[in-house]
Design a protein around this ligand. Structure first.
Ligand SMILES: [Fe+2]
Ligand SMILES: [Fe+2]
Length: 199
């Protein structure tokens, strides 16, 4: 079989669905390469900063690693702005959705919330309530959350710091083995994700 013959899903045969499933399993194996491709695309987003979004992502991951972060957080730092081109209004959530099946819940939460926490670092204090609508205090809503300090650290020490063209940033090639490892995991494996409450 090269293609199914059905034109509507409810008319597919068990053989056709077995055939499609096999193709899906094969396609999923290419996920790490597609993540790398999406990272490369970040080289062409958001002008005006002194470095590209790809360089920012690599620098965030480098700082995380230098700081002793574990693999999941390093890869989280690497992909945290993957949503910038397709989801400019909620880029954090897009990135967290991508990594969610492969890492512990804490990492997913940090990536999902980093956009809101990051507002705290947008410029000097007098920017509060300015005309572009930045509210530095939004993160205070989560001040009692168990992962407040982890997300605070992610934003304070890695994300907001990583706009420096002179920082010794590691290359995308350097991080490829980590990307391969994390995104080749079985999705929603309780061993990594914890209790499977997401599906
Ligand atoms: Fe971001
Ligand atoms: Fe960022």
């Amino acid at each position: 079989m090269e293609k199914v013959s059905f034109t509507r899903m409810d008319e597919g045969t068990p053989e056709e669905y077995a055939f499609l499933h096999k193709g899906e399993v094969e396609f999923t194996k290419g996920l790490p390469d597609r993540i790398i491709g999406a990272l490369i695309n970040l080289d062409n987003t958001l002008s005006g900063y002194r470095i590209t979004r790809l360089q920012h992502s690599l620098q965030s991951a480098t700082r995380a690693e230098e700081d002793g972060a574990d693999k999941e957080l390093i890869v989280g730092a690497l992909i945290h702005d993957l949503g910038d081109d397709l989801a400019p209004a909620n880029h954090s959530q897009l990135a967290s959705t991508i990594i969610r099946p492969y890492v512990r819940e804490e990492v997913t939460w940090i990536i999902s919330m980093h956009g809101l926490f990051q507002m705290f670092y947008f410029g000097p204090k007098e920017y509060i309530g300015n005309e572009i609508g930045i509210d530095k205090s939004l993160r205070e809503r989560y001040k009692d959350h168990k992962w407040f300090s982890s997300c605070d650290k992610f934003c304070r020490d890695w994300d907001q710091m990583s706009f420096d063209p002179d920082y010794p940033t590691k290359s995308l090639d350097y991080f490829k083995p980590l990307v391969n490892e994390i995104f080749s995991r079985t999705p929603f494996d309780p061993k990594f994700v914890g209790k499977a409450e997401f599906e």
